[in-house]
Design a protein around this ligand. Structure first.
Ligand SMILES: [Zn+2]
Ligand SMILES: [Zn+2]
Length: 58
């Protein structure tokens, strides 16, 4: 399989495969940055940080 441009999980930086069905969301603070979270990080409620405004949260 060639390197597709898979979205990276903002928490663990691992690529999210279409099979995995991660969650695409916008930063709840600034609403400008769109990022992905994998199912694992959602379950573990891992922290993420918005690259734009620095908001940290689950
Ligand atoms: Zn993750
Ligand atoms: Zn933000």
């Amino acid at each position: 399989m060639s390197e597709l441009e898979l979205p990276l999980c903002i928490s663990c930086r691992s690529p999210i495969t279409p099979k995995e069905k991660g969650v695409e969301m916008f930063c709840p603070n600034c609403g400008e940055t769109k990022f992905w979270r994998c199912n694992k990080c959602r379950e573990l409620v891992n922290n993420y940080k918005c690259v734009k405004c620095g908001f940290v949260g689950p």
